[in-house]
Design a protein around this ligand. Structure first.
Ligand code: 1GP
Length: 247
């Protein structure tokens, strides 16, 4: 999984993470055009999700022919499930509660080991509204007009050895992470951090702006069910990046 993402980055390709929240109604068949084009399928949610829901969803998706890596995006210990391939092993760096910085990770570690999940060491940084993740994770969210703080957190993550950094505006956020923030962050940390950006991305232009500013991957959740045709347009744009660079 990690290899797949880093190889794509190396080639100048961008990646599309399709996020499924098992707490919301999901019609897998309707999502097939998007999920078959996605780089990975993220699964998780802040509320109301059990490992059984996640395992069931992965089984249904595989039965529907979705042959993709399924990666846990855990909203808590209740999101660790055996059928997944890998886990974003996240520390919410700007939480005010040590539980979300290291407590949950200690409790999760033996379970992750027992299940044999591939681990992607990930800093999770919440910016702006923050949504349910910000509330549940007791984040001191970074103001949208303070890109230098986002860059400083990301640099700290890099110095702590975290290879992946997820900049989160919150699911369904009215304002996504500004491309200028991504650009400054990329400039400050260099190219060796894998930058994932999500929350409130709803159209091709925004997706492109965020990717061109330096994100390696974007996460799309809300749009999948609400406007699948728009999500399909975005995934196609993301996937055209490799060919665009080659031309
Ligand atoms: C949420 O970043 C993800 O954790 C995706 O956000 O639902 O707004 O696409 P959206």
């Amino acid at each position: 999984m990690k290899k797949l993402l880093l190889e794509r980055k190396e080639k100048g390709c961008k990646s599309f993470f399709a996020l499924l929240d098992p707490d919301k109604p999901i019609d897998i068949n309707k999502l097939i055009p998007i999920l078959t084009r996605a780089t990975v399928v993220l699964i998780g949610g802040s509320l109301g999700v059990t490992p059984y829901d996640i395992d069931d969803l992965i089984t249904r998706a595989r039965e529907a022919g979705i042959d993709k890596p399924f990666v846990l995006f855990p909203g808590g210990l209740n999101n660790i499930a055996a059928n997944a391939d890998a886990i974003l092993y996240m520390s919410l760096l700007n939480s005010l509660d040590p539980y979300w910085i290291i407590g949950a990770q200690v409790a999760a570690a033996p379970i992750v080991k027992r299940l044999g999940l591939e681990v992607l060491p990930t800093a999770y940084i919440i910016v702006g509204e923050g949504g349910a993740a910000g509330h549940v994770g007791r984040a001191q969210t970074i103001p949208l007009d303070k890109p230098e703080l986002v860059a400083a957190y990301t640099l700290a993550a890099k110095y702590l050895g975290m290879q992946f950094v997820y900049l989160e505006a919150g699911s369904g956020a009215h304002t996504h992470i500004p491309p200028e923030t991504v650009k400054l962050t990329r400039k400050v940390v260099g190219n060796d951090v894998y930058l994932i950006v999500g929350g409130g991305i709803r159209d091709v232009d925004t997706a492109l702006a965020v990717l061109e500013a330096g994100a390696d991957a974007i996460v799309i959740g809300t749009l999948l069910e609400r406007q699948p045709e728009k999500a399909t347009e975005i995934v196609e744009t993301v996937n055209s990046y490799c060919s665009r660079d080659a031309s």
